[in-house]
Design a protein around this ligand. Structure first.
Ligand SMILES: *[C@@H]1O[C@H](CO)[C@@H](O)[C@H](O)[C@H]1NC(C)=O
Ligand SMILES: *[C@@H]1O[C@H](CO)[C@@H](O)[C@H](O)[C@H]1NC(C)=O
Ligand SMILES: *[C@@H]1O[C@H](CO)[C@@H](O)[C@H](O)[C@H]1NC(C)=O
Ligand SMILES: *[C@@H]1O[C@H](CO)[C@@H](O)[C@H](O)[C@H]1NC(C)=O
Ligand SMILES: *[C@@H]1O[C@H](CO)[C@@H](O)[C@H](O)[C@H]1NC(C)=O
Ligand SMILES: *[C@@H]1O[C@H](CO)[C@@H](O)[C@H](O)[C@H]1NC(C)=O
Length: 616
């Protein structure tokens, strides 16, 4: 009996399953998907159709009968179809629907209250259609709606009251439309909103207070608009915000304190704005921000404390700013967690010797493609974790030989495409390059630019002989000094004939200053005597021998006075010596004359005595 019942039951079931229309697939759980040449909603068994997906069909119209039979239908999707017309009553008999997805069709207009019977509607997607405007009542009474997507249409205006009733909305996507402005009241009822997507529109301004009621917002995307100004307190009422995008706008200035009260922000984009300057107080405490990109701006410099509140930053990309010429000394003062810093392809000319001194965890530092002419020997001294360094494509013609001494973790450095000046003073860094040739990743691009007879010669093949400066001098300082005049500005006297020449000195004042610091504080010494421009004498001893060290800065305040004093002292001492010698000579002569007189007188006396004796 049971067996027969089961058979009967199956017999009933079989035709039901078979009743799934062609071009559709009906799943036992109530999912139905259809595709291809169907022009209207297929006839389906109501109690076996809970979710209906119609993709890539020929459906052009939804009429009042379309959903009438499908009383259990929960979610419907009609996409990639030529659907263009929706009857005002199309959904009137489908109030149970929770999702209506009508993406990528040809809908250009919606009847005013077409969705108003859908009290249960949670999700409404109209993205990828041709909507040019929306009636103020379009979303009337959709109190359950949480997810509204109108992306990729041609909407230029929105009525201020259009979102008045959708108070449960969590996600609102309006991106890739033609919106030029948003009414100040537009979002005021959306207190549950978590994400507001407005990128790729044509917004020029945003009125003050527009976002003031979005206390729960997590994501606000405003990039790729034409925003020229933002009101000062625009973002002050969104304490939970995690993501804020403002890149690709027309911002030239940003008001002070714009990014205050955003303690949970993890992503902030500002790149691709013609920013001319940034205010001193811009960013409030933002310890969760881990990455920041600031490129394609018109900034020439940035305020020293711009990043001071972004204490959690791991990666900072302040690069590709074709007008950025200088950085404040303390700019990176407060980024203890920073691991990657890219400053490449700006037009930086100088860096302060303490520019990076606080970045003790930095692993990657990219400085390529700037206009750096020289670097202080101390500039990398605190970067104990640095493994990757880019210095290629600058204007460097020399580097201090001990510049990388403290960068013990260094695994890769680029030095190519710099105009290396292959005079004797290059030998220090050349020696480092030779010893670390596996670290220099662009070794074959590290070429001499000067002098002309060494043009394009690789630095790694340089020897002190090829530079015509190594073992030429043996004698005293004076002979070196004449060498200065004939060959180069640098004359040397090596204490040991085999040592390689070295000098950090170039003719610029700034590097002279560096050397001054070097000599007094650094423990690294060189076994050479170097004369630069006459008065400067710097002597170092790398092998811990005795050191005679005397420097006079060429451009110092007292150098002229000191030199004059020196000359006066020498002249005075020479005069004293001559006077001394003359005095000795006169004394000697006087003594001799006295001696002669005495002898003569003695002879006379003796003779007289003798004659006197004879008379006696
Ligand atoms: C589905 O509905 C039909 C009538 O439309 C009814 O005969 C059938 O028993 C229902 N099946 C189920 C599984 O509820
Ligand atoms: C729907 O059809 C379009 C166009 O043929 C296709 O690109 C898309 O992947 C399909 N989507 C689904 C969910 O099948
Ligand atoms: C910030 O995030 C933390 C952890 O995710 C959360 O507990 C806190 O409530 C958030 N703060 C605000 C103001 O939303
Ligand atoms: C850092 O944030 C605090 C509080 O948010 C603020 O008082 C301070 O001025 C900010 N510093 C800078 C440099 O903006
Ligand atoms: C920013 O720089 C670009 C390129 O140099 C220039 O064309 C543009 O006019 C500048 N914008 C502003 C606002 O100065
Ligand atoms: C190269 O070095 C020599 C000697 O130090 C110097 O005279 C010359 O000016 C330097 N060239 C450049 C471009 O700095």
């Amino acid at each position: 009996m049971w067996f027969i019942l089961i058979l009967l039951h199956m017999g009933l079931q079989l035709p039901l399953s078979l009743s799934c229309p062609s071009r559709c697939v009906c799943f036992p759980n109530g999912d139905v998907t259809c595709t291809g040449a169907i022009t209207e909603i297929p006839h389906l068994k109501a109690n076996q159709t809970f979710r209906l997906k119609l993709n890539n069909t020929l459906i052009t119209i939804l009429n009042p009968q379309s959903f009438q039979a499908l009383v259990f239908l929960q979610r419907v999707q009609i996409s990639h179809s030529p659907l263009a017309t929706i009857h005002p009553d199309a959904f009137h008999s489908a109030s149970q629907l929770r999702s209506v997805v009508l993406s990528s069709n040809l809908i250009s207009a919606l009847p005013p209250r077409v969705f108003s019977s859908l009290w249960n509607l949670e999700q409404l997607h109209m993205d990828g259609n041709q909507l040019m405007s929306l009636h103020a009542d379009t979303f009337k009474e959709l109190g359950s709606l949480t997810d509204l997507n109108i992306k990729k249409n041609q909407i230029a205006n929105l009525d201020a009251r259009i979102f008045q009733d959708v108070t449960s909305l969590n996600h609102l996507n309006l991106c890739e439309n033609l919106l030029q402005k948003i009414p100040q009241m537009l979002f005021h009822n959306l207190k549950q909103l978590k994400s507001l997507i407005l990128y790729s529109n044509q917004l020029k301004t945003i009125e003050e207070g527009s976002f003031d009621h979005l206390h729960n917002l997590l994501t606000l995307m405003l990039h790729k608009n034409q925003i020229q100004e933002i009101p000062p307190r625009l973002f002050w009422h969104m304490p939970s915000l995690l993501t804020l995008t403002l890149s690709g706008n027309q911002l030239r200035y940003i008001p002070r304190e714009t990014f205050y009260y955003l303690p949970n922000l993890t992503k902030l984009t500002l790149y691709k704005n013609p920013l001319i300057s940034l205010p001193d107080q811009l960013v409030g405490h933002m310890p969760r921000l881990q990455e920041l990109y600031l490129y394609n701006t018109n900034l020439t410099t940035v305020p020293w404390n711009l990043f001071a509140n972004m204490t959690g930053l791991r990666a900072l990309n302040l690069h590709f700013n074709e007008k950025l010429t200088s950085l404040p000394k303390d700019l990176f003062c407060c980024l203890p967690k920073l691991q990657k810093l890219s400053l490449k392809t700006n037009i930086l000319q100088d860096l302060h010797q303490d520019q990076f001194s606080a970045l003790t965890n930095l692993k990657t530092l990219l400085l390529s493609g700037n206009k750096l002419r020289s670097l202080s020997a101390k500039i990398f001294q605190n970067l104990h974790s640095l493994t990757e360094l880019g210095l290629s494509n600058n204007k460097l013609n020399n580097l201090p030989g001990d510049i990388f001494v403290h960068v013990t973790a260094l695994r890769s450095v680029t030095l190519g495409s710099n105009p290396w000046n292959c005079t004797c003073s290059i030998l220090d860094i050349a020696e480092w390059i030779i010893e670390n040739r596996n670290v220099v990743t662009d070794l074959h691009d590290v070429l001499c630019h000067e002098p002309y007879y060494l043009l394009n010669k690789q630095l790694v093949v340089l020897t002190s002989d090829s530079l015509k400066c190594g073992v030429t001098t043996t004698g005293d300082l004076a002979s070196c000094f004449t060498g200065t005049i004939t060959t180069s500005n640098v004359a040397t006297n090596t204490l040991s004939p085999t040592t390689i020449l070295s000098s950090h000195l170039t003719t610029t004042a700034s590097t002279t200053e560096e050397v001054h610091i070097d000599v007094t504080k650094s423990s690294v010494f060189y076994d050479t005597v170097v004369l630069v421009n006459g008065p400067d004498i710097v002597h170092n001893n790398r092998h811990q021998r005795w050191v005679y060290l005397w420097t006079v800065p060429t451009t110092g305040l007292y150098s002229g006075f000191l030199m004059a004093l020196h000359v006066v002292l020498i002249v005075t001492s020479v005069l004293l010596i001559i006077a001394n010698a003359y005095a000795l000579y006169r004394l000697h002569k006087a003594l001799w004359e006295t001696g002669m007189t005495l002898t003569r007188n003695q002879t006379i006396i003796t003779k007289r005595l003798l004659s006197f004796n004879g008379k006696l």
